[in-house]
Design a binder for this molecule. Structure first.
Ligand code: EPZ
Length: 421
């Protein structure tokens, strides 16, 4: 099991480049199941979760060809096996993204229920309820959800009782092939949803309102092939901006989309970091060395991203004052707190709120990553801790960050990957 060894104290300088968005790539890859024609996708990041999604597509019968430099060609001529098996789903809950496409394309889908997850129960009841409203019959047996569709899915009005990103994506994909009109109300507005809708539209889908909370779809008989470049990974870019700020460095984050990071950059500026646009798709962050505590409450897009909460908490351990960080999306997304405390952070949890008192001098320690974004939080803390930090179980971080240690080292961080001894 790989580990990271990080010597704290280096200021990050120079530049890092952002990869394509993991959370855009996952639904976009699943969308390839909706057509028998080839789909060519650019800027697909090489991270573990994408590898899992590629295995899922091959398992269903799609052919994938790696064309190099993040370009993938997917062609699902025939769906041999409309199924997402447990051994793949247990490693990536976003496998539920194939449920809608398989049901819409083949009239059948058998998807393992995702198990628990470190950050919360994360059920997929809203995906299931939406598919039932589209006319599928779903049953649960032996840990699997089995969907059966007589004829075609039937367009309808679906109102999500709570905003769900992959739930919106799953049902948006299903609706593109349903008969008639579907309206998704209280839909997620994340940029990754909009990016998926752009690909689907290129494939011949008829979609209005993507990026708003009401998405209207006119179903079509078939979708055709397309070519698409996915958006930049806003969470990776945000993580790097905070790495630049926490080390008091001077870092340019390239190939990102500043318009997707406005909530974070506004908060970081309020905290005293200097963030400027350095030309198209580039943000420059300069840490002032004296950060001020600023509260954050996570919310669905365009609110403060829950996927940046753990990283922001690490930043606030170095800010002067008390910051209140409230997590509203997941019920257990403070796994990083105990590890940060072991490094010397002063954080108290009260329900869904973490109260951070700073600045606290951090000291290097052996820490364990528990989930993808908690791992990123520990790396940020390690960059400013005194001495060496060893982060164990970095497979968590490899799920969503492409070569993070190489990118950070190129900007001056003293970080290296060590295989398990
Ligand atoms: C997506 O997960 C992201 N993953 C997550 O990123 C992100 O944290 C999350 O959205 C919130 O922004 C991908 O896009 C692949 P949700 P998703 O459905 O879609 C509850 C990362 O770090 N819910 O929006 O699974 C759920 O339990 C990952 O890259 C139901 O109750 O999240 C949660 O409390 C982590 N029933 C809330 O809604 C459902 O059927 C939001 O979940 C679905 C969700």
């Amino acid at each position: 099991m790989d580990k990271f060894s990080i010597q704290g104290g280096a200021r990050l300088e120079g530049e890092v480049s952002t990869s394509g968005s993991k959370n855009a790539a996952l639904p976009v890859l699943a969308a390839c199941l909706l057509t028998e024609e080839p789909v060519v996708l650019h800027r697909i990041p090489k991270v573990r979760d994408i590898g899992t999604m590629k295995k899922l597509l091959r398992h269903a019968g799609a052919e994938l060809e790696e064309l190099g430099n993040g370009t993938v060609r997917v062609q699902a001529c025939a769906i041999r096996k409309p199924e997402a098996p447990y051994d793949l789903v247990k490693t990536m809950r976003a496998s539920s993204l194939v449920l809608g496409p398989l049901a819409a394309r083949t009239g059948r889908a058998r998807v393992s229920l995702p198990g628990g997850c470190a950050i919360g129960a994360r059920p997929i009841n809203l995906h299931v309820a939406g598919l039932e409203q589209l006319g599928a019959r779903l049953e649960q047996s032996h840990g699997y959800i089995e969907a059966k569709v007589e004829g075609r899915l039937q367009g309808t009005q679906i109102r999500f009782e709570r905003i769900t990103v992959t739930g919106t994506e799953d049902l948006l994909m299903a609706a593109t092939l349903a008969e008639g009109e579907t309206v998704l109300e209280n839909a997620a507005r994340e940029p990754e949803v909009t990016d998926l809708a752009e690909l689907l539209t290129k494939m011949g889908a008829r979609i209005e309102g993507a990026g708003t909370s009401a998405i209207r779809v006119q179903g079509v008989e078939k979708l055709h092939g397309a070519e698409h470049t996915i958006i930049a990974d806003r969470i990776e870019a945000g993580t790097f901006l905070m790495a630049g700020a926490i080390t008091g460095g001077d870092l340019v984050v390239r190939d990102c989309q500043p318009e997707h990071l406005e909530e974070l950059t506004a908060k970081m500026r309020q905290a005293g970091a200097t963030i400027t646009e350095e030309g198209p798709g580039a943000l420059r962050v300069r840490g002032s060395g004296r950060l001020r505590a600023v509260d954050a409450t996570t919310a669905e897009y365009p609110g403060f991203a829950t996927d940046l909460q753990a990283q922001y908490m690490a930043l606030m351990t170095q800010a002067q004052g008390i910051s209140f960080i409230t997590e509203t999306i997941f019920e257990n997304r403070f796994m990083h707190v105990l590890e940060l405390a072991r490094m010397g952070a002063n954080i108290r949890i009260e329900g869904s709120q973490a109260i951070v008192a700073g600045p606290s001098p951090l000291s290097g320690a052996n820490v364990i990553a528990s989930d993808l974004r908690a791992s990123a939080s520990l790396v940020l803390a390690a960059l400013v801790a005194d001495g060496e930090t060893v982060v164990d179980r970095v497979y968590h971080i490899d799920r969503g960050y492409e070569k993070i240690e190489e990118k950070l080292a190129a900007a001056g961080a003293r970080i290296k990957r060590a295989g398990s001894k």
